[in-house]
Structure formats: structure tokens, C-alpha cells
Design a protein around this ligand. Sequence first.
Ligand code: HEC
Length: 108
Amino acid sequence: MKTITTSLASLILLVVMTGRPVGAATSGADTYKAKCAACHGQDGSGDTPLGKRMKVRDLRSAEVQKQSTEAITAIVQNGQKAMPAFGKSLAPEQIKDVVTFVRSIAAK
Ligand code: HEC
């Protein structure tokens, strides 16, 4: 019984740590946290070890936000220089939601 409880606990931990299964409905914020925050920072500032090394621009900044939604979507879909492409790993709907999230963090 103890072994079953232990393996169940580690299974739950694994699910929690690896995030939701592929294909599950996730919000743009969830996708951002899982796929983008490592480089762009939780808040979009790019203030992370990876973001600093790659010199990412602050996603909240006017320079980034002035780009059209189509342009931003294309960057996420196809990648750009050191930015990886997500067109294969994310569904179009997820890309749309994550771009909406990027819009929502714009500096006011
Ligand atoms: C491996 C690090 C990394 C990850 C993960 C990553 N990005 Fe990027 N991103 C970059 C880099 C580097 C650039 C700058 C590309 C360039 O120099 O043109 C960039 C650029 C961008 C831009 C354009 C910003 C600008 O300067 O105009 C947007 C928008 C963006 N990323 C959104 C996202 C989103 C949304 C995700 C998650 C789905 C994501 N990124 C995941 C590294 C990353």
C-alpha cells in the first residue's frame, strides 16, 4: 500500500512539474509561462539569464508593441534569429492566445 501511495504521489508531482498534457486547453498566460518566460521573463521584461544573454527586447515596450499582431504572430510561429519557432509545437489557437497575452502586458 505504501508503495502505491508513493508512486501515486510521484506521478502527481510529475504531472504538476511537467505541466498539463499536450492538447489540453490552456490559456495564453499558461502557454506564455510554460514556453516563453524562460527567455522573456514572467513579466515580459526579458530580465532572465537567457533573455539577457540573447538580448531580448522588453515585450512590454513600445518598440515591440508597435508591431502588428500579424507580425508578432509570425515571429512566434516561424521564429526569428535566436527566437525558436512555435508553429509546430503550439496549435494556432494557442499561438493566438499567447499573442493576446503578450498584448495584455503592454506598458500602459
Ligand atoms: C529560447 C529563448 C526564447 C523563447 C523560449 C521564446 N523567445 Fe521570443 N524571442 C527570443 C529572442 C532571442 C528574440 C529576439 C529575436 C531577434 O533578435 O529578432 C525574441 C523575440 C520575440 C518577439 C519579438 C520581439 C521584438 O524584439 O520585436 C516576440 C513577440 C516574442 N519573442 C514572443 C515570444 C513568445 C510569445 C514566446 C513563447 C511562445 C517566445 N517568444 C519564446 C527568444 C525566445
